[in-house]
Design a protein around this ligand. Sequence first.
Ligand code: MD6
Ligand code: FE
Length: 205
Amino acid sequence: METPGQLETGLEGFRFWPGALGPLDQTCLLAQVRAAVAQAPFYRPETPGGRPFSVLMTNCGPLGWVSDRTGYRYQPLHPLTGRPWPPIPPLLLALWDRLTGLESPPDACLVNLYRGPARMGLHQDRDEADLTAPVLSVSLGDTAMFRIGPAAGGATRVVRLASGDVCALTGPARLARHGIDRTLPATSRLLTGGGRLNLTLRRAR
Ligand code: MD6
Ligand code: FE
């Protein structure tokens, strides 16, 4: 795995590569994500308890993460269109290769869209079959306040994730509790109309 930029997080296994994607890569990736979203439109999922997410979601790859009243799971079809998710953008596959050095490519990419007051509560990513593979996260657009703390609970800290930043939950931090407190409006001009995209690459099975 490529050596990440220095950041004292106090959380072993949390990796952070600020500015891993330069402006040109960000623009390229955004175009690839837009093409995918044209095939698999954003939708607003519900929690198993029936509450709507404030974040809009879609997926790329053989499998996509979905949430509805029956629970959380990975599935091969978009819940609204009934069609397979589009392929993971090539730039993301290259990034996974470069930063994780893993032989096996990701088989799922969750795409989150934050607009206005959208946020994401503290959670753990534990719906994947193999919890030893990392989750790699790419941020585009407005800066987010990313909160992260140990799996077992206790003190959390906030890391600002700006456009082009990449982070990963690996090893002892794979089950870290994390969420997005809020995004900071007008901190990026990448997305027309503002907002933030987050792409998380996973090995779901
Ligand atoms: C977000 N990120 O940045 C939400 N999950 O919008 C996540 O939930 C996440 O950043 C697993 C690994 C890294 C992450
Ligand atoms: Fe997560």
